[in-house]
Design a protein around this ligand. Structure first.
Ligand code: TTP
Ligand code: MG
Length: 385
């Protein structure tokens, strides 16, 4: 009997798996999805390609060296969002408490659902089967008493994994794992911990908090609790976007007002489309400029009347551009509409009620994985049209 049970589901090699779904001749081949241009990066790759050392966020040029015979494809975000919605629908039909974390993963609170499913294990199996049968893809499932352990569990036996971590066994189970398995402990923190002799989660659980404070600051106590398998965070179910934006990194730096203005026209249309599709309007427009020397400047302007039209957005964007110094080359431009209102209008659009909950899956990837790679992928795709 579970006092509290959280399930984490994460799709296997998601973008690559969607491509195989639509073209079964790709099955079993090394497949790399990402920006194919000069500055492109790998979004993801099939497990066949991972054997050659290819992984997400790697420079595409490097991936080509490691696995030259792979199939290389540009991302098709609209399609992945569509598949994502099908999967999220299954989650929402399974539990009333779902926290979507990104385009291909979510937490489901299964506490107290035994009466419906018999046990969380049965429920987990059922969700995997439904995704396989109804969507045609494999997912990895983690079941545990909290979010931290559930996410860790789903990752342990990928692909097509199913891992249960019981509360009583949790601390012993995670003790031998490297500290990097704790979400938020990156290479830098791991290196700092290694310096004081802490390499495994078990050592972290036992460590003197004073030793951890230089690395984690005020979070030291919380990290220690995580290392003991304790995490009380509730699921966060309502994720309203605070802003909707889009940015593009250019293969060649833009020189001068006119070149930038043209790109802003395109960005205005992209942002406007997304605002309208999700039933939002916004009062603030922010223009972000990254120069060739990687310096970043942002300029904002606000209107009393919220806007969502391409032309309105573009007019404000051009106004902001005039305030920008363009002596240096421009590497990236971004437009973001904030101060959003008008969720009620969502029902006017095809996605209806759901759009509020699901948001744009693409927004979620951008939020989580950095905007550059996705902007690049889209830029590439737009060019190929
Ligand atoms: P992940 O779930 O991290 O990766 P994955 O589903 O491809 O593979 P795994 O089996 O290990 O879960 O991310 C989901 C999707 O998000 C991924 O298919 C592509 C995209 N993504 C990026 O675009 N850039 C990134 O750096 C990462 C990590 C993911
Ligand atoms: Mg995944």
């Amino acid at each position: 009997m579970w006092e509290r049970c959280i399930m984490h589901v994460d799709m296997d090699a998601f973008f690559a798996a969607c491509e195989v779904l639509d073209d079964p001749t790709l099955r079993g081949q090394p497949l790399i999805v990402g920006g194919l241009s000069g500055r492109g990066v790998v979004a993801t790759c099939s497990y066949e390609a991972r054997r050659f050392g290819v992984h997400s966020a790697m420079a595409m040029a490097r991936a080509r060296q490691l696995c030259p015979h792979a199939v290389f494809l540009p991302p098709r975000f609209e399609r992945y969002s569509e598949v994502s919605r099908q999967i999220m629908d299954i989650f929402h039909q399974t539990s009333p408490v779902v926290q979507q974390l990104s385009i291909d993963e979510a937490f489901l609170d299964l506490t107290g659902t035994e009466a419906i499913y018999g046990s969380p294990e049965k429920c987990g199996r059922l969700v995997k089967e439904r995704i396989k049968k109804e969507v045609g893809l494999t997912a990895s499932v983690g079941l545990a008493p909290n979010k931290f352990l559930a996410k860790l569990a789903s990752d342990l036996e990928k692909p097509d994994g199913f891992t249960v971590i019981e509360k009583e066994k949790a601390a012993a189970f995670i003790a031998p794992l490297p500290v990097g398995k704790i979400f938020g402990i990156g290479a830098k923190a791991a290196a700092a911990l290694a310096k004081v002799g802490i390499v495994r989660i078990g050592q972290l659980a036992e460590a003197d908090e004073n030793l951890l404070r230089p690395v984690f600051g005020v979070n030291a106590a919380r990290v220690k609790l995580l290392a003991r398998g304790i995490d009380e965070r509730p699921l966060v179910t309502e994720e309203e976007p605070k802003s909707i934006g889009r940015e593009m990194t250019f293969e060649e730096d833009l020189i001068g007002f006119e070149a930038c203005r043209k790109k802003l026209l395109y960005l205005s249309q992209q942002v406007g489309y997304r605002l309208r599709r999700h039933g939002y309007r916004g009062r603030t427009l922010t223009l972000k400029v990254k120069y060739s020397d990687f310096q970043i400047r942002s300029h904002s302007t606000s209107r009393e009347e919220p806007i969502a039209g391409d032309e309105e957005i573009y007019a404000l964007a051009a106004e902001l551009l005039r305030q920008v110094r363009l002596a240096k080359g421009v590497r990236l431009l971004g437009l973001t509409v904030g101060g959003l209102t008008g969720e009620g209008e969502a029902s006017l659009f095809a996605e209806g009620e759901r759009s509020k909950k699901l948001n744009a899956a693409v927004d979620l990837i951008k939020d989580r994985f950095g905007k550059d790679s996705i902007a690049r992928g889209l830029l590439k795709r737009t060019k190929e049209k």
